[in-house]
Ligand binder design. Structure first.
Ligand code: PLP
Length: 390
């Protein structure tokens, strides 16, 4: 079977996990720090907080940004539900800005319209769809003008670069950026995520929220009296200062993350080469086109999404997917627009308001793209796609 995406594990990854198991550490150990420092240095951010998942990271980032009851978080309708859920977890209202059909990312003009109608927007969460960075300078400028914080959902975008060449994760145009290390993402840690920031106050808040809201002495204690006696610190003392969570990652996961991170340049190079092979072939097809046409040089190439006008092809998407599956090719649709899920529909969000999202969703199909995909298998995928139109 040729899936739309798959992680790659080699002997170095296996050895890295075995090494952690032999090291005496299981959960809180040195691999976490190594992982945070490595990713921070690579993307050019001052601080990194590794967490149990990107979802957990988005939740903490929303809380740290002051998203809560009485405020609104704006994100893209074409994303995994976790982006929007972060706002709901924090007790906020969630609103959506329609996509730009040429990039499948949040449209800047649509975001502007949301700012005009929503008065209490506290955070904007752009999603770098399929690894293609959003128009961050414009989004940041709009957010600044409206006193909103920018949190980048970079689950697809480890290794991607902005127009100025700096890396996603550097937080040049945001307060915080969150990565995912789920197996279908750029690198795998089993499960895992990381929040990047350049702001020390946010960093300290994230550290505390990651572990129950507890301060173990790395910050000032609130109860001086309980913390020390006769001028000496009480050795057992720690303080829960706010309601946090158990969102820690383990040393085992970070051992794998560190080993995968060393392979990231090879992962990216291969994904880009395979994606360009698709680009070159599809250039001459008139019934199928890449969903994202522009600036692909900046993309992490997390997914390869094509748009097909199924109606004029005379087939349904479901029948195409079944036909491909019978040939051993598993495609997927990224994503069901978040406002279409019953949970969001029942909150009163109307999908009809997002016309570019609707037409994108009608035509989208993610085709296989991953590090271990052989060129011969890719050629097979291309031939099966070509046969759809014969
Ligand atoms: C995968 C994904 C997430 C959630 O990542 P987890 O690490 O699985 O929690 C969030 N946003 C987007 C866009 C994703 O693709």
């Amino acid at each position: 079977m040729i899936p739309y995406g798959r992680h790659s594990i080699d002997e170095s990854d296996i050895q890295a996990v075995v090494d952690v198991l032999r090291s005496g550490y299981l959960t809180q150990g040195p691999q976490i720090d190594v992982f945070e420092k490595a990713v921070a240095e690579y993307v050019g951010a001052k601080y990194a907080v590794a967490v149990s998942s990107c979802t957990a990271g988005l939740h903490l980032a929303a809380l740290a940004a002051g998203v809560g009851p009485g405020t609104t978080l704006v994100t893209s309708p074409i994303t995994f539900v976790a982006s929007a859920n972060a706002g709901i977890y924090a007790g906020a209202k969630v609103a959506f800005a329609d996509i730009d059909p040429t990039t499948v990312n949040m449209s800047v003009s649509s975001l502007e319209a949301v700012f005009a109608s929503e008065k209490s927007v506290r955070a904007v969460m752009p999603v770098h769809f399929a690894g293609l960075p959003c128009k961050m300078e414009a989004i940041k400028a709009l957010a600044d003008r409206n006193n909103a914080v920018v949190i980048e959902d970079a689950a697809h975008a480890l290794g991607a670069t902005y127009e100025d060449g700096s890396r996603v994760g550097s937080c040049r145009h945001s307060a915080m950026t969150v990565f995912s290390f789920h197996p279908v993402k750029a690198i795998a840690a089993g499960e895992g995520g990381m929040v990047m920031t350049n702001d020390e106050a946010l960093y300290r808040k994230l550290l505390r929220l990651r572990s129950h809201g507890i301060n173990k002495g790395d910050d000032v204690f609130f109860s001086e009296d309980a913390a020390s006696e006769d001028g000496l610190p009480n050795p057992w003392y720690y303080e829960m200062q706010e309601l946090g969570f158990h969102y820690r990652i383990t040393d085992i996961q970070c051992g794998l993350g560190n080993s995968q991170f060393k392979r990231l340049p090879a992962f990216l190079a291969k994904r880009r080469a395979l994606a360009e092979r698709y680009d070159n072939i599809f250039d001459s097809w008139d019934w199928l086109r890449p969903a994202q046409a522009d600036q692909q040089i900046q993309s992490g190439r997390h997914l390869y999404v094509v748009r097909i006008d199924f109606k004029s092809l005379g087939k349904t998407r479901a029948s195409v997917m079944r036909e491909l599956r019978a040939a051993g090719i598993i495609c997927q649709v990224h994503y069901i627009p978040v406002p279409m899920h019953p949970f969001y529909r029942d909150l009163g969000i109307r999908i009809e308001e997002f016309s570019d999202t609707i037409s994108y969703y009608r035509e989208a199909l993610s085709i296989p793209l991953y590090y271990d995909l052989l060129e011969s298998d890719q050629d097979f995928v291309i031939s099966k796609l070509a046969a759809l139109n014969s």
